[in-house]
Design a protein around this ligand. Structure first.
Ligand code: HEM
Length: 332
């Protein structure tokens, strides 16, 4: 769902290669997640060859290049054949890149919008955007199932706000104070990038008495910070209410809560990230009640996190949706 929203913003509505690109990224993320020996010893290049990791990654990148080449061609053809006003109304991110190229913004790189620049940009947007938001969505539903009181309250709020319309709309989302707190609490306990992204120090410095030499790979454990009992009451409990009357925010100024990072390298997609989590979550809560399958009990719901660059659920969340009467009202 969240990959679909990101895809539409980037490639437009009817791009035939979009699904192939999303499949490519999911494969790529599988390689990047999980334990891997070359991660422990990155300087030993031979390990990357022996583990087969380099080959797998190269193959995937070739695939990505081919898919993106097709996406670019399709958009170029569309630009030639579509009237200007219609093209502007249907503009997506690829069109914006191509327009910049036409306007000469890319002259400093031989007048070409190079495929590898685009490739990196789209991989960043999809991997950075689709995976993190789908992980958040899945954890939010999982935590609410484990905490039926929270589920009940979040559903009551969504249905109260949108029952007038009979459907969830973006413009009403700001009224969902409790749902926003649910998303914040989910990001506290399950930041999708638990160690943010690996960074390298450009200069040596000292932090809390520790000397960090120049060119050190630095990992910030946002997961542990979000569960630190020195900063959080009942740190392990899923309790969205803690955010209701609090000014605590994820924009990088409250260092005890940094699911998007902080400072100059904070997630640049933060304003896009929140609606693509909140909107689908509100829709899933408005239209459906959720039940565990095969008589499974709440205490059997496995909440283990997979290890890797993103903190997905170890086991996929398989649930039975039961349509809420409000959905039937809309169809009739
Ligand atoms: C719940 C959703 C998201 C979370 C929790 C999240 C979190 C993060 C974090 C922790 C970082 C690294 C920050 C650091 O190193 O200090 C990051 C980087 C990044 N994010 Fe997000 N993100 C989300 C959604 C998105 C979306 C929707 C986009 C784009 C559409 C996006 C694009 C990026 C990009 C391009 C970077 C790399 C920036 C760089 O290299 O400096 N993210 N994100």
């Amino acid at each position: 769902m969240t990959f679909g929203i990101t895809g539409r913003a980037a490639f437009g509505k009817k791009c035939k290669d979009q699904d192939a690109f999303i499949t490519f990224l999911i494969e790529l993320l599988k390689i990047l997640s999980g334990f891997s020996l070359p991660d422990l010893y990155p300087s030993i290049k031979l390990l990357q060859d022996i583990s087969g990791m380099r080959k797998k990654a190269e193959k995937l990148y070739e695939k990505s290049d081919r898919i993106l080449g097709e996406i670019l061609n399709e958009h170029r053809e569309k630009m030639l054949t579509t009237k200007k006003h219609q093209a502007e109304a249907e503009e997506d991110l690829v069109d914006v890149f191509l327009k910049l190229q036409q306007e000469g913004i890319y002259d400093n790189i031989n007048g070409q919008i190079k495929k590898d620049i685009l490739s990196t940009a789209f991989q960043d947007i999809f991997a950075g955007g689709g995976e993190t938001s789908s992980t958040t969505l899945e954890w939010a539903i999982g935590e609410m199932l484990k905490n039926p009181r929270v589920m009940k309250e979040a559903q009551a709020e969504v249905r109260r706000v949108f029952d007038r319309k009979g459907n969830v709309e973006e413009k009403g989302i700001h009224e969902l104070k409790f749902l926003k707190a649910v998303v914040k609490e989910t990001l506290r306990l399950h930041p999708p990038l638990p160690l943010l992204l690996p960074r390298e120090s450009t200069k040596s410095c000292e932090i809390n008495g520790y000397e960090i030499p120049e060119k050190t790979r630095v990992l910030v454990n946002a997961w542990a910070i979000g569960r630190d009992p020195r900063h959080w009451n009942e740190a392990e409990t899923f309790y969205p209410e803690r955010f209701l009357d609090s000014s605590l925010d994820y924009r990088g100024t409250d260092f005890e809560y940094i699911p998007f990072g902080a400072g100059r390298r904070i997630c640049p997609g933060i304003t896009f990230a929140l609606p693509i989590v909140e909107l689908p979550l509100a829709q899933l809560l408005y239209h459906f009640d959720w039940k565990l399958p095969n008589g499974m009990k709440l205490e059997d719901l496995d909440m283990t996190e997979a290890s890797g660059i993103t903190a997905r659920r170890m086991k996929d969340l398989l649930l039975i949706p039961i349509a809420h009467p409000s959905s039937f009202l809309q169809e009739s």
